[in-house]
Design a protein around this ligand. Structure first.
Ligand SMILES: NC(=O)c1ccc[n+]([C@@H]2O[C@H](COP(=O)([O-])OP(=O)(O)OC[C@H]3O[C@@H](n4cnc5c(N)ncnc54)[C@H](O)[C@@H]3O)[C@@H](O)[C@H]2O)c1
Length: 357
């Protein structure tokens, strides 16, 4: 898949047994040395093969935590690369999910004002969503993704087989984004989503490859004409306004894509209360979300904390709160006039329904 970008065009390729295909990936590239940043859990699961893959090149293992994606940790990463003599003729190579991607992307866009970067996404969320779209994000104090740049990798290679070893929560997190994108596509996309979700092995590599490519195609259709997120791309925040607030208010106990599923459920309930979505559609989408809501006790979350985080949403433009509402498949609407009282009423109802889960 080719992606057009105002920064640099790049490509995504599906590849089986990536850890045995180093030659295919690097043989046509010119470089001095490779510098790898590797997710710690991924490294420990695939240690033998990844060490063979890396060979004599430099590598640095990073635990995938939101704390390690923070502004205050950046100095460590620059120090490691510069201290090991990273040069402009070298390539940064990343194995990991969205956290390693965000760290690497930010480093790649700023070190020497931009270096070459190859990304091997290892989580479903990174494979089906975050790997394309050019965003790099860094946390600042307790604000998530406050600092960032637009800087895509030069190449992305996806081995869907890596998803076999993901925990249930993180697999479900990737599914959250897959569901969101297909609800933002069209009736054909929605049917394909339902077919996929009804299969007995959601981690089947063939099925995953297909759904990942479909999802990336939907995402591309939203951002290629609005890479810098000033219009249509904003709609991709469906489920994210409430989802980000929930992630923060839960102290990141709920993982990103799972929070997005809850966020879509909340946005849909608000849409129902505003008369934007029909009860029939609402129930239909809720049946899908309900199967994938995280095992998390919403009653531990205070609505005031959620509202505090919603007020800090980057997409907010006025006094009121912002949320992407849903009318139907492919019909999401940005609402900038959500009142705090509406959030409070909807949350009360939502939390009560959620308990029935
Ligand atoms: N830049 C973007 O466009 C963008 C988009 C969406 C999300 N994000 C960011 O991505 C992050 C979430 O990413 P994520 O969901 O990929 O999570 P993650 O990077 O935190 O990884 C999830 C967990 O899976 C482990 N892991 C990684 N690969 C594995 C594998 N193959 N087998 C077993 N375990 C594995 C990690 O160690 C970690 O514990 C958030 O910080 C979010 O803000 C960025």
């Amino acid at each position: 898949m080719k992606i057009n970008s105002k920064i640099k065009n790049y490509s995504v390729e599906m590849i089986d047994n990536l850890l045995e295909r180093k030659d295919k990936i690097f043989s046509s590239l010119r470089y001095r040395r490779l510098f790898y940043l590797v997710d710690e859990n991924f490294f420990s699961i695939y240690e033998k093969k990844i060490k063979e893959f890396i060979g004599e090149d430099f590598f640095y293992v990073i635990p995938a935590t939101e704390q390690n994606k923070s502004y205050f940790k950046l100095a460590d990463y620059y120090r490691v690369l510069v201290g090991n003599n990273f040069m402009r003729s070298d390539i940064l190579v990343t194995f990991g999910g969205g956290i390693l991607q965000d760290i690497s992307g930010f480093i790649a866009s700023t070190l020497y004002r931009g270096i070459k970067w190859i990304f091997f996404p290892t989580t479903l969320l990174a494979q089906a969503d975050s790997c394309i779209g050019s965003k790099t994000s860094i946390n600042f104090e307790d604000s998530k993704n406050l600092i960032g740049t637009f800087y895509p990798p030069d190449f992305i290679y996806i081995d869907s087989g890596f998803c076999r070893t993901l925990t249930e929560d993180y697999f479900n997190s990737g599914l959250g984004e897959i569901i969101k994108f297909h609800l933002m596509s069209d009736s054909k996309g929605y049917t394909l989503l339902k077919e996929y979700l009804s299969s007995s092995d959601l981690r089947d590599e063939g099925l995953l490859k297909k759904i990942i490519l479909l999802t990336l195609g939907i995402k591309r259709s939203y951002f290629e004409s609005d890479e810098f997120d000033s219009g249509r791309r904003n709609l991709l925040n469906y489920g994210h306004c409430f989802g980000h607030a929930l992630e923060s208010a839960s102290n990141f106990k709920v993982c990103h894509g799972e929070a997005v599923i809850v966020g879509m459920g909340f946005a849909n309930l608000l849409s129902l209360k505003r008369g934007i979505i029909t009860k029939e559609k609402y129930d239909e989408f809720e049946r899908i979300f309900r199967k994938h809501y995280p095992r998390f006790d919403l009653s531990t979350i205070s609505v005031d904390a959620l509202i505090g985080y919603l007020k800090r949403d980057k997409k907010r433009i006025g006094q009121d709160l912002t949320m992407i509402l849903c009318e139907d498949i492919g019909k999401q609407i940005k609402a900038d006039d959500i009142k705090e009282s509406e959030i409070k009423d909807t949350f009360k109802e939502f939390a009560a329904k959620y308990k029935e889960n």
